[in-house]
Write a protein that binds this ligand. Structure first.
Ligand SMILES: [Zn+2]
Ligand SMILES: [Zn+2]
Length: 167
């Protein structure tokens, strides 16, 4: 059962009512993407639940910490994020746009997960100008150089060289 399930019967019985919620769970409970994981640091969800004619609107933001490896040099990378959340829960949700209002409960897990996972970097870097590892010998070019020849001759020059000029 989701830790992010809220009973909203108090709101549903009072038009235009609203209620703030603040919760922190270990980010690792939410998982991550193929390349980036949420760390065990708290994932903080601060939202306002609001009763509107269509259902319940949830708006606020989610912040937390992710961990991964630099996509160039494989050094561990950590970063923080804060993403806005603004979603609607309704009785007859629109697929891919709004979420299901189940009885008198809203489950924030899906919208929070969707917002956070979309925001995580796809190719995290330890720093913007990370030089990465040598694809030939594997040395870390941030620390040392190597003698590998990583610039094979441009094939366009081969074509030029092959030309013979008869006069
Ligand atoms: Zn790096
Ligand atoms: Zn090398």
């Amino acid at each position: 059962m989701s830790a992010l399930r809220y009973n909203v019967s108090d709101l549903l019985h009072h038009p235009a009512s609203r209620r703030p919620e603040r919760i922190a769970i270990p980010g690792s409970e939410l998982g991550g993407t193929a390349d980036v994981r949420l760390s065990a640091a708290p994932l903080t969800i601060e939202v306002m639940l609001e009763h509107v004619p269509e259902g319940i609107v949830v708006h606020g933001h989610v912040s937390g910490e992710y961990e991964s490896e630099c996509s160039r040099c494989l050094t561990p990378v950590r970063g923080t994020f804060t993403v806005p959340v603004r979603e609607m829960f309704e009785r007859a949700p629109i697929d891919g746009e709004t979420y299901q209002l189940e009885g008198e409960e809203v489950d924030l897990e899906l919208p929070v997960r969707d917002a956070v996972l979309l925001d995580l970097p796809q190719k995290p870097l330890c720093r913007d100008n990370c030089a990465g590892l040598c694809p030939e010998c594997g040395v870390d070019h941030n620390e040392t150089d190597c003698q590998c020849d990583l610039n094979p001759p441009d094939p366009r020059w081969d074509a030029l060289r092959a030309l013979t000029f008869d006069d």
